[in-house]
Structures are given as C-alpha cells and as structure tokens.
Design a protein around this ligand. Sequence first.
Ligand SMILES: Nc1ncnc2c1ncn2[C@@H]1O[C@H](COP(=O)(O)OP(=O)(O)OP(=O)(O)O)[C@@H](O)[C@H]1O
Length: 283
Amino acid sequence: MTVENPNPTELAPAIKVHNLNYAFQDGSAGLVNLNLDLPPGSRTLLIGANGAGKTTLLRLLSGKRLAPHGSINIGGVDPFSTGLEGVTYLGLEWVLNPVVRTDIDVPSLLASVGGNYYTERRDQLMEILDIDPTWRLHTVSDGERRRVQLAMGLIRPWRILLLDEITVDLDLLSRSNFLQFLKNETEIRPCTIVYATHILDNLAQWPTHLVHMSLGKVKEFGPIEKIKLDEVGPTDNSQLGQLVLRWLKEDLAERGPRRGLRSEGKTYESFDGKGGYGNEKTV
Ligand SMILES: Nc1ncnc2c1ncn2[C@@H]1O[C@H](COP(=O)(O)OP(=O)(O)OP(=O)(O)O)[C@@H](O)[C@H]1O
C-alpha cells in the first residue's frame, strides 16, 4: 500500500513520559514523577539549571538506562526493552570519543559512520558546518573538531535526535546554520528533536515546545506559543532569555543553598575517566 502525500510530521515519533521516577545507585532521586507529551515532529528545548536532571532524562529517553516499565513510550515502544531504531543521542560521552583527536582525515572519519552511503547528507552537512575535507583531526581547533563531530553524529538519518548541549564550541554562524539544518530536518522528514541547552542565542524561533525542569521534576511544558503568550507575550530572543532567567531565579529561590542537596559534580566522576554516569537503578 502506498501513502499519498505523507505528512512528515505525522509520521514522526511522539515522546510520552508517564509518572517517571528514577533513582541513582546511591539512592538519591534522579527524576521525580515526571510527565511529558511531546508530539511527532516537535523540536523541544529542555531548560533547567545545572543539575536539574536534563541529562538524566535524555539518557533514559535514549534507552541507555532502564526506566520503570511503561513510563517511557517513544513512537509506540519502550526504548529500553524494544531497542529503538533511529535514535541518535549526542552527549558528553560522544564528545569525548578520542578518535576525533587522532591523526585522521575528514573523509575517512565520515566514511566510518556511513558517509559513503549517505553521500547527499554528508555533503550537505560538510557545507552547512563549513568543514574542510583536507583537515586532519589532530591539528584542528576545538570548534573545527566539534563541527566534524556533529557531521559524524548526524549523517545517519535519525528519527529521534537527543542533543545534550554540544554546540558550545561553535561560532555564531555555524551554530545558526546547524540549528537551521535541524529545523529543516523536522520539516522535510519524519523526525523529532529534544535539545538540552543553556545557550539561548538565536533560539527564539527554533523550538515548537519548551520543557522547564528543576530538581528532577518538570515544572512546566507545552507549546512555545502557549508558554510565551501566557508568561511574556510574543517573544524574541531577549524575551526568551528573560523567561528562562526568571525560571532559574525562581528555581534557585525554591531550592535554597545547596549544602549537600542534590550536589553537582557527581555526574561524571565514576565513569572510568570517559564521562558518563554510574550504575543507576530504577525505582
Ligand atoms: N550517578 C549519579 N549518582 C548520584 N547522583 C547523580 C548521578 N549522576 C547525576 N547525579 C545528580 O543528578 C542531578 C541531575 O544531573 P544531570 O546531569 O541530569 O543534570 P543536568 O540538568 O543535565 O545538568 P547540567 O546542566 O549541569 O548538564 C545532579 O544533581 C547530579 O549531581
């Protein structure tokens, strides 16, 4: 059976989280009674202070960690038990992959992740991210290396993209081109994006949805028009920044001084120096 004029948005996976509770190995609460409903083809910004639980959530969505049965549903399946096809999760472990610091050329690296198969995407990404094919990775700048990494991570067409702030080294133009590329992807093919970031420059027109997290909880989520209209009116970049600043100040006031409460810094300590998490368990 053929589908006439398929709408890419409708065919994309939805992300549903229902009463998700998650505890780390030491017993501390990672996520608390979390609920989300992100529609097919959406582009969601995950906003929250350091330690709010964004990475924890993204890792559970990616299926890298086991969530309680029935609490996460992506495109109709449980990502951990079913093993999701087409999920790309780009976070710290991926950034720290040592291969991008070795004496290797760009075409070989991109070929190692399917570049010779997805040639059109490869060439498009190289153009958008302004990558020079003659670079050798041990002699490029951090930002240039990051651009090659992004191309590597995005060549294979994903259905779900989970981004844990990985654009910090990009210059303004590269980041803007990169975000435009992602937006375009959700408009031309069935895919859904969740992006955790602290960098709000040029983002006001990018998200379809916002999720505000604090202390392992979702404080609010919804379509950006709704949140913006409710809270600050039609929004440009600086207003989105003002909204987030207000959220973070409120979160800090609610939380109070740390004094051992959900301390930062545990996140990557126990992972054999590679970055990543410890042996969490579910609750
Ligand atoms: N393995 C672990 N054991 C215990 N606590 C942990 C572990 N990993 C992370 N945490 C804690 O869980 C909380 C949420 O961490 P997470 O990395 O999800 O935050 P985040 O919102 O991504 O922060 P950031 O913006 O700094 O990246 C933090 O307080 C962190 O210290």
